[in-house]
Design a protein around this ligand. Structure first.
Ligand code: 2F8
Ligand code: CA
Length: 218
């Protein structure tokens, strides 16, 4: 029994010794080194924090710039895609013999037809019979040197373009004494005397003429 108690005391002392070692594993010089390292690391940390603080506004400004650039890029990409598809349309029509003049593509027919058949052809190509908006376009149209249908027809007593607008007296190029409604059935307009600036004549829609289609592209 006495031996057991003495053994227990020994064990107890041993454990106390071990506990002391766990709580304080380092010797004083190690603690000093550790503290010095800790101080150094704290110094570095403060310096990093300072740098970070000075860099944060730059980061925010860069974020803003990135956002602006992203939205500019989206808009430029959209414009590029629109232009690309316009160029594709343009190339396709040019391949089919259409020619470009001041924002429109024009097709000059190679055969003749009455007014409605001529118009149907243009509409089937995503266009319509030509609308003359000014003297330059009138000159362009008569430059084909054929009798051609224009997209101009009579509605009641008024002349109307195929886009629904009415003929303006300041942009009309009638041959002198036209329109005269010969025979009371002249309800469509043609370029007749293409050698003259004033070259329009009213004519029956059943007549056969060449025609010009116009497709606006811009
Ligand atoms: O003299 C002008 C007159 O000439 C022809 O009729 C005789 C034209 N007819 C056709 O083109 C069918 C008229 O429209 C024109 O006014
Ligand atoms: Ca006439």
């Amino acid at each position: 029994m006495t031996k057991a108690i003495s053994d227990l005391n020994v064990s107890h002392k041993k454990l106390l010794g071990q506990q002391k070692g766990v709580l304080c594993p380092c010797n004083p010089s190690m603690i000093q080194t550790c503290n010095a390292e800790k101080a150094l690391l704290n110094k570095r940390l403060s310096s990093c924090n300072l740098q970070l603080k000075s860099v944060l506004p730059q980061r925010d400004s860069l974020h803003q710039q990135v956002n602006v650039l992203r939205s500019q890029m989206a808009s430029v990409t959209k414009q590029r895609d629109t232009l690309q598809s316009q160029m594709n349309v343009f190339a396709k029509y040019q391949n089919d013999g259409w020619q470009y003049f001041r924002g429109s593509l024009y097709y000059m027919s190679t055969t003749t037809a009455n007014w409605q058949t001529s118009r149907d052809y243009c509409v089937s190509k995503g266009a319509d019979l030509v609308i003359i908006n000014d003297a330059a376009e009138n000159n362009f149209a008569r430059g084909f040197k054929q009798g051609i249908w224009l997209g101009l027809y009579k509605e009641g007593s008024r002349w109307k373009w195929v886009d629904g607008s009415y003929l303006s007296s300041s942009v009309s190029y009638w041959i002198p004494k036209e329109p005269n409604n010969t025979g009371g059935r002249e309800d469509r307009v043609e370029i007749q005397y293409f050698n003259y600036f004033n070259c329009w004549n009213d004519s029956p829609q059943t007549n056969k003429n060449y025609w010009i289609c116009e497709k606006k592209v811009v």
